[in-house]
Design a binder for this molecule. Structure first.
Ligand code: NAD
Length: 498
């Protein structure tokens, strides 16, 4: 019997009203390992009602008490790290060390959230006019929704709900239907940590559940992470309905390598950033921009390292790269490789030739390296989200910066150089939200904020860190006067000034 996952509403597992079910695969086996209830409109309404009912009690819980529940949750995450990593690997396919690392990055957001009482403090100015003071408060926005992608089953949900909860909001999480187990397990661990029922609810499902959340008048704010077309749709729909929204989209991240860089360091970093998690990371480096004389020695180093990568089930010791998420996605990536070669890219390493001995039915694809790619080719224009590194060759740093800035995405980028001058110019001029200098995956720590520019983010505020706290709170400004009871008063119709 295939196990079946349900929804998590009001602190307990519940079946969906419509009974619609989806398949959850283990991509390394290529087999369905469990089924999951899909939330429909009625279930989403039930989850929002549970979050609304829990809101007054949670909002009025002192911030430090809320933080203490997150402290206990943090301890449980630590204790269950291996179990959570196994769930991530089983449904996503990434290797166990990679999965454990992603759990750790989520845990760090929980650690940040335990300090949020400090960031909820307002400001006060006395005597802004005679006998008048002014102070500000940060208050929760209400019921918040989170909609998350398949590629980080633990980390991306934890970019959102720990911060929202610490700020006094209640939450409805709609995880990717491809990887629902981790979110459901996180919700039950939060219950164990003492979170009152209804404060966090989980409604696995597809576009129907998303549509219901975006249309529900009880939802005040929406955080989304996923592909750009869906991010744009979520942003426009939620904003039109008067909701606050941050929608993080897709990416095409460039690493510029200058001839004065340490090419061994650059090649090692690019192999990790290009092929880690089989390229299914929004901060994966997918385009290498080799400047001048860097190209030949860099491509040789990338080829040697990529060809030596061990591909297989993420649970196996020593395996460095797991499968892709679905058979359909693997076909899409294979098609993009074929199109790139047909358009003139040079296949230095073609992962379509990979043969994995066991298990054979998994959605594996080998590391691919395409050289002499140009900006007009489909492998450059499209987000591949697979183990494909493309190399573009340019003549100068100016050309490299112009190339990166002409791309419609602006999530992450990196420069590899031995020159402080070049690094400083790159940092200053590049139109991208997260920049690495001799660091290929510049994912900000939890106490900074994560987010891209251009078509990688619709909205204003990035996730976690101080911007996350701003997103999940509303500012109220209070002007106060306590006049002497006997003081004379007089009406004035003029605009009050000092
Ligand atoms: P996706 O856009 O297909 O799905 C994301 C979420 O939206 C899922 O919960 C899904 O159920 C839902 N969804 C899908 N289609 C929908 C539709 N038509 N209407 C409403 N909801 C819909 O993304 P994915 O394939 O799960 O994840 C991969 C994408 O996410 C990549 O593009 C990647 O770059 C991006 N991503 C971005 C970041 C970032 O921080 N910018 C982080 C991780 C992933």
């Amino acid at each position: 019997m295939t196990p079946t996952l349900k929804l998590w509403i009001g602190g307990e597992e519940v079946a969906s009203a419509g009974g619609r079910l989806g398949d959850v695969f283990d991509p390394a086996l290529g087999q369905v390992v469990r089924r999951v209830h899909f939330a429909g409109r009625e279930d989403v309404a039930r989850a929002v009602a549970a979050a609304e009912a829990a809101l007054p009690g949670w909002r009025d819980t002192p911030p430090l008490r809320r933080a203490r529940i997150l402290m206990r949750f943090r301890e449980l995450l630590e204790a269950h790290r291996d179990e959570l990593a196994r769930l991530v690997t089983e449904e996503h396919g990434k290797t166990l060390p990679d999965a454990a690392g992603s759990v750790q990055r989520g845990l760090e957001v929980v650690e940040f959230a335990t300090g949020i009482p400090h960031l909820l403090k307002g400001e006060l100015s006395e005597d802004v006019a005679k006998g008048v003071s002014c102070h500000s408060l940060r208050q929760p926005v209400g019921v918040c929704a989170g909609i998350t992608p398949f590629n980080f089953p633990a980390m991306v949900p934890m970019w959102m709900f720990p911060v929202a909860l610490a700020c006094g909001n209640t939450f409805v999480l709609k995880p990717s239907e491809k990887v629902p187990s981790t979110s459901l397990r996180l919700a039950s661990l939060l219950g164990e940590a003492g979170l009152p029922p209804g404060v966090l609810n989980v409604v696995p499902g597809d576009a129907e559940a998303v549509g219901a959340l975006l249309a529900h008048p009880g939802v005040s704010a929406v955080s989304f992470v996923g592909s750009t077309p869906v991010a744009r749709h979520v942003y426009e729909t939620a904003a039109k309905a008067g909701k606050r929204v941050q929608a993080l989209g897709g990416a095409k991240n460039h690493a510029v390598v200058l001839p004065d860089a340490d090419l061994d360091l650059a090649a090692d970093a690019l192999i990790g950033a290009g092929y880690g998690s089989a390229g299914e990371r929004c901060m994966a480096i997918s385009a290498v921009v080799a400047v001048g004389a860097a190209a030949e020695p860099l491509v040789a180093r990338l080829r040697d390292r990529a060809a030596a990568l061990r591909v297989g089930a993420g649970t196996r010791a020593g395996v460095e790269m797991g499968p892709l998420i679905t058979a359909a996605h693997r076909e899409r990536v294979r098609g993009l490789i074929a199109a790139g070669i047909a358009e003139g890219a040079v296949p230095v390493l073609d992962g379509r030739a990979l043969r994995v001995e066991e298990p054979t039915a998994g959605f594996f694809l080998g590391p691919t390296l395409l050289d002499r790619v140009t900006t007009s080719m489909s492998v450059y224009r499209e987000e591949i989200f697979g183990p494909v590194l493309i190399v573009l060759r340019v003549g100068s740093l100016d050309e490299a910066i112009a190339l990166v800035n002409a791309n419609p995405y602006g999530n992450g980028t990196a420069v590899f150089t031995g020159s402080g001058y070049a690094a400083q110019r790159f940092e200053r001029e590049v139109q991208v939200g997260m920049v690495g200098v001799n660091v290929a995956i510049p994912v900000p720590m939890a106490f900074f904020s994560f987010g891209g520019w251009k078509q990688s983010l619709f909205g204003d505020l990035h996730v976690h860190g101080a911007e996350g706290v701003k997103f999940y709170t509303r500012t109220k400004t209070v002007t106060t006067r306590w006049p002497e009871p006997s003081a004379a008063t007089a009406a004035s119709l003029a605009m009050p000034t000092l």
